[in-house]
Each structure stands twice: as structure tokens, then as C-alpha cells.
Ligand binder design. Structure first.
Ligand SMILES: [Zn+2]
Ligand SMILES: [Zn+2]
Length: 298
């Protein structure tokens, strides 16, 4: 199963005509997980032809305006459209307080339920996936997030056909790793099933290069990483605790990820974004730069 991911906004602190403030949407079965919600995110949803009312979880990387200022507007729209799900919101330290402060002036009575949690480590687990937070090194507390799909046991359909086993509860036994007896014959689960590796997607937004970047991204199928600066501005990256494109590539390489997508692109490179791509690809060739409304599948 492919996991769709939509880049709703890809800019650094100052948005441009081409790039909106940071937000992305990860879709998995019934889950619509919004990661950050920069100003204007709800309009980006419209451009992407996705109903923002689908969102059921919000992950916040950190409390800088370019990552959260879209929340009051989004919430107002949800209220006006009679959103009736429970919204789960996760973020680093102080998220619980900050959500209240940001939403209440505009929406004194929130007409739908929200559950806000300050998170670190593994904080959400279902039968299909889990999400883990890793603290990064930025100004305010900041989290990287890894969405990890669990491995699945699949049945080899060709072998099933050959053995002429019809759909029955026997199949779920095999999926549980149990051997079965069919027409007097023992059929080993090991023979007829195989393991399908779950996907891993890691999102590293604003941070200086720190050990947890590698931990978060380890063996990911996709790493989405901020790349606010080029090598020429290395000193600024250090000062403002951001990554350069090359550092994002170093994380991808050392963590053995399959693909890297750069985001949180600065307006300073508006006319020369290729420089970021070039510097990253030198270290990690499988790198791309995200554009607003890009949809990819992992
Ligand atoms: Zn930012
Ligand atoms: Zn920031």
C-alpha cells in the first residue's frame, strides 16, 4: 500500500508567491495527519482539492509562527463546517498551553473535542503504525517525527492457488504464523507467507545538526528535512539553529534513508534554488526539493 504525502507549504519564515508557510499532510487508511500548519494552510488544502475537515491529527514541530499561525483560521473553518470528529494535537513542551492561547481569543467555545498532548518518544500506536517524536536543537523545543508502518505478514497468492486453499479462517491462522492442516496435509506458515516491510517516513524541521536527527531518520524510506541555508551561509545556519542542504544530505546518507526531500526553503534562494539541490546531491544523490502542492507516494 502506498502512503500519500502532500506538501501544502514549503517556505521558510517568509513566504513567497510560490511557497506557502510549512504544512504537509500524510494520509494513511482513515488517518489524515497534518504536520505543522503555517499561515494560509487552509487555502492550500483548497488548492490541493482536499477537504481540511478530513484532518484528525495534527503534529506540531515547534512554536514558531511559520509553523503554527494557520491553526486559528483552520479551527474557525472547522467550527463553521460543523466538524464533529475529535481532533488529536501533539507537539513539544508547552503545546497544551500554547494551543489554548492561540485558539481561545477567536473561538471562545470550541464546538468539537480536542485532545492536546506534549509528546516525546513513541506516543501513538495503532495495530498498523506508530509515531515517535525526537527532540531537536532549535530555539524553542522542537520535535522531529517518524511515522512507522508495522511489518505485515502476507500470503503468497500463487502458492495459495497451487494448494487450492479457499478463502477461510485458515488464512488468518497462516497470517498469525500458525501452521495449518488442509486435506490431511500440514501447510507451514513459513512456506506460504512472507513479510512485507512497513514504510517509514521521517520529518525533520527546524534544527541544528544534532544526534537525534540520525536517530529519527534511521533507515527511513523517506526523509523530509528542512534545508534553510546553502553552504555559503553555514555560519547563519549555525547561529539560527537550522540545517544547510548539505547537512540534510549528511543525515540522509548516514541514516541510510532511501530518499530525501528538502523543504522549508528560504526566499533568499528564490532565483537559485538549484544550489541547494546541487549541494545536497553531491552528498546524497537521491534528493529532491519539495514544491507547494507536490503529492508523492511512499
Ligand atoms: Zn521555520
Ligand atoms: Zn523555527
Amino acid at each position: 500500500m502506498k502512503i500519500p504525502l502532500i506538501f501544502l507549504g514549503t517556505s521558510q519564515a517568509i513566504p513567497t508567491a510560490k511557497r506557502n508557510h510549512t504544512a504537509m499532510l500524510l494520509q494513511y487508511k482513515n488517518e489524515n495527519i497534518l504536520i505543522d500548519c503555517g499561515e494560509g494552510t487552509q487555502r492550500q488544502f483548497r488548492k490541493a482539492k482536499i477537504n481540511p475537515g478530513k484532518v484528525n491529527r495534527i503534529l506540531i514541530s515547534h512554536w514558531h509562527g511559520d509553523h503554527v499561525l494557520g491553526l486559528p483560521g483552520l479551527f474557525q473553518t472547522l467550527v463553521l463546517s460543523n466538524y464533529n470528529k475529535k481532533m488529536y494535537i501533539y507537539g513539544p513542551k508547552k503545546t497544551k498551553i500554547f494551543i489554548k492561547q492561540l485558539i481561545r481569543p477567536f473561538i471562545p467555545v470550541l464546538k468539537f473535542k480536542i485532545e492536546v498532548s506534549n509528546v516525546s518518544g513513541k506516543f501513538l500506536e495503532t495495530s498498523d503504525f506508530y509515531i515517535e517524536a525526537f527532540s531537536l536543537k532549535h530555539g524553542p523545543p522542537c520535535n522531529a517525527y517518524s511515522f512507522v508502518e508495522k511489518d505485515k505478514i502476507r500470503i503468497d497468492k500463487k502458492k495459495l492457488k497451487k494448494l487450492k486453499i479457499p478463502p477461510s479462517p485458515l488464512l488468518s491462522k497462516l497470517q498469525q504464523g500458525k501452521n495449518i492442516k488442509y486435506k490431511g496435509k500440514i501447510i507451514k506458515a513459513k512456506y506460504i507467507t512472507y513479510k512485507e516491510k512497513g514504510k517509514k517516513i521521517t520529518i525533520i524541521l527546524d534544527t541544528a545538526l544534532t544526534e537525534n536527527c540520525y536517530k529519527a531518520a534511521k533507515n527511513a524510506d523517506l526523509l523530509i528535512a528542512e534545508a534553510t541555508y546553502a553552504n555559503e551561509e553555514k555560519q547563519l545556519a549555525k547561529e539560527y539553529k537550522h540545517l544547510t542542504a548539505a547537512q540534510a544530505a549528511i543525515i540522509a546518507k548516514k541514516s541510510k534513508v532511501k530518499k530525501l526531500i528538502l523543504t522549508h526553503i528560504s526566499q533568499r534562494y528564490q532565483k537559485n534554488e538549484k544550489i541547494l539541490l546541487k549541494q545536497a546531491r553531491k552528498i546524497f544523490p537521491k534528493t529532491e526539493i519539495a514544491e507547494d502542492l507536490d503529492k508523492i507516494e511512499v
